[in-house]
Design a protein around this ligand. Structure first.
Ligand SMILES: Cc1cc2nc3c(=O)[nH]c(=O)nc-3n(C[C@H](O)[C@H](O)[C@H](O)COP(=O)(O)OP(=O)(O)OC[C@H]3O[C@@H](n4cnc5c(N)ncnc54)[C@H](O)[C@@H]3O)c2cc1C
Length: 468
């Protein structure tokens, strides 16, 4: 069989490989291949030569060995949500961990162990059964793997730190095909690198997290304001969040008002602003804390109330369906200056797709209390994670949607921090990957890459190339 790049893999070699793995090895034309090659971002349309639907660590180790022996490009897939499409490839092999979802909660010691194919929906569901959680993503279909390896922001980030700050240990299949454990005591250099350095150092087959008592009911939900009040809202949000308790998670967003009865008909289909909050502590205290945000002006709708944490974690799912076309641009922002607020509103108010959102997620709190060199994740001092999540359906629209996103992002650059969260990057080139790290960390990460993956076997990611 000749595959892309002129590489030939004999059928007998493929058959021998099939004998070493328990999960199916899918090739073009096989039943299930087409569904398995697709990832969350509908812009990505790639055709791998092999997709291995791994059932366990042995499948992962044998797939790495097969790929290396046959010089195949490797894509590693967890939840498949990389906007850049790094969970699939053209011509190479996809080592697909998505069937590996076993989760074990230890409610006595507040520890979760989850395989690398689990999503946040899977993990939250198991841990919330015991009233426990760890910081997880805002959309439940996102993989725990990619999200944790890049850092991991969510509603609990100000209270508990990043998902990766709560990682206790991981099992990692390295480029030389070994399975090693990474923790503070075992391979601590690797443990440092996988907490922010992405999938550069190996394939994580299992994550062990420290859990915390959360919910199961929290106080949360959205409060909608008219676009005419967006300037006042963002200025209020800035001042309010400066003194807000660190357990409060909150973001301020722009979106198109859905045609739902809770919103006045005259704003249906129009861009509105919203604050979305999550207070994961005592509900009465939460009511007091959130009151100013809910009353500073008359909102269009106030849906804040007691809600199961698991439901809040799934509340954005419908707005982020699988297969839409996505183009994202992002930057950290330290301060919501009046000029930044005006610029943001001017662009957001003209968003050309009703599926698009743009938001400022408030950071600091527990993230910034850890020393900057604690893990590979960088820019702990950042005040906000700013994101433009542009979504549409019609490929004919690609040019217009991408141009609007770029113009918006360019316009806020004079007010942004010139740094970015690695997990928000699309295919934006190596300079942008460097912006995700401080120069000191970049050097340390490159040295680590040199020691764990000198041939850059794991390069289909936000890549840290080994030292020359
Ligand atoms: C709808 C949506 C919502 C999001 N919300 C948040 C959010 O709230 N907070 C946040 O911090 N980020 C968020 N993100 C960004 C998200 O963290 C990244 O897209 C992340 O890479 C997704 O991980 P995944 O496992 O789903 O993706 P994949 O596409 O499977 O993988 C992403 C990257 O991680 C590598 N990788 C995957 N699995 C493994 C593994 N087991 N071992 C080693 N490397 C692996 C892949 O090779 C690839 O480079 C969101 C993304 C989307 C699309």
């Amino acid at each position: 069989m000749t595959i892309k790049g002129g590489i030939t893999v004999e059928d007998a070699t493929v058959e021998a490989f099939r004998g070493t793995v328990r999960g199916p090895v899918l090739r073009p034309g096989d039943e299930g291949y087409d569904a398995a090659r697709r990832v969350w971002n509908g812009m990505i349309d790639r055709y791998p030569a092999f997709i291995v639907r791994c059932t366990g660590v042995a499948d992962v180790m044998n797939s790495v060995a097969f790929a290396r022996e046959n010089e195949l490009l490797i894509a590693v897939r967890g939840g498949g949500h990389s906007v850049a499409g790094n969970g699939t490839c053209d011509g190479g092999i996809v080592i697909d961990l998505s069937p590996m979802k076993v989760i074990r909660i230890d409610p006595t010691n507040h520890v979760a162990r989850a395989q690398g194919g689990a999503t946040w929906g899977d993990l939250d569901h198991e841990s919330q059964q015991f009233g426990l959680a760890v910081t997880g993503g805002l959309v439940s279909s996102t993989g725990i793997a990619g999200l944790t390896l890049g850092g991991g922001q969510g509603w609990l980030v100000r209270k508990l730190g990043l998902a990766s700050d709560n990682l206790l240990a991981a099992d990692v299949v390295t480029a030389d095909g070994r399975s090693v454990r990474a923790s503070e005591d075992e391979n601590p250099d690797l443990f440092w690198g996988i907490r922010g350095g992405g999938g550069n150092f190996g394939i994580v087959t299992s994550f062990e997290y420290r859990l915390h008592s959360i919910g199961p009911t929290v106080l949360g939900g959205p409060i909608f304001y008219a676009i005419e009040d967006a300037g006042a809202l963002l200025r209020f949000f800035r001042d309010y969040m400066a003194d807000a308790p660190p357990e409060l998670g909150a973001l301020c967003a722009f979106l198109t008002a859905p045609a739902e009865p809770f919103l006045p008909e005259q704003v249906h289909g129009r861009v509105v602003a919203a604050v979305i909050a999550c207070y994961p502590g005592d509900l009465t205290r939460g009511e007091e804390i959130l009151r100013p945000l809910r009353t500073f002006k008359h909102p269009l709708a106030d849906l804040v109330g007691p809600v199961p944490y698991e439901a809040l974690q799934g509340s954005f799912d419908a707005g982020h369906p699988h297969g839409q076309r996505n183009y994202w641009k992002s930057s950290y922002v330290n301060h919501l200056s009046d000029s930044l607020i005006e610029t943001t509103i001017a662009h957001a108010a003209r968003m050309p797709s009703p599926m698009t959102t743009a938001y400022f997620l408030r950071l600091e709190g527990a993230i910034s209390r850890l020393p900057e060199d604690h893990t590979a994740y960088s820019h702990r001092e950042a005040g906000y994670d700013f994101n433009i999540l542009t979504k549409w359906v019609d490929p004919e629209e690609d040019g217009r949607q991408i141009a609007w996103t770029r113009a918006f992002w360019e316009a806020i650059q004079p007010f942004a921090a010139h740094s970015v969260y690695v997990n928000n990057l699309g295919e934006e080139g190596s300079d942008r990957v460097r912006e995700a790290y401080t120069p000191t960390k970049w050097a340390r990460l490159a040295a680590l890459k040199n020691s764990y993956d000198p041939s850059n076997v794991f390069r289909l990611n936000q890549n840290i190339s080994p030292n020359p």
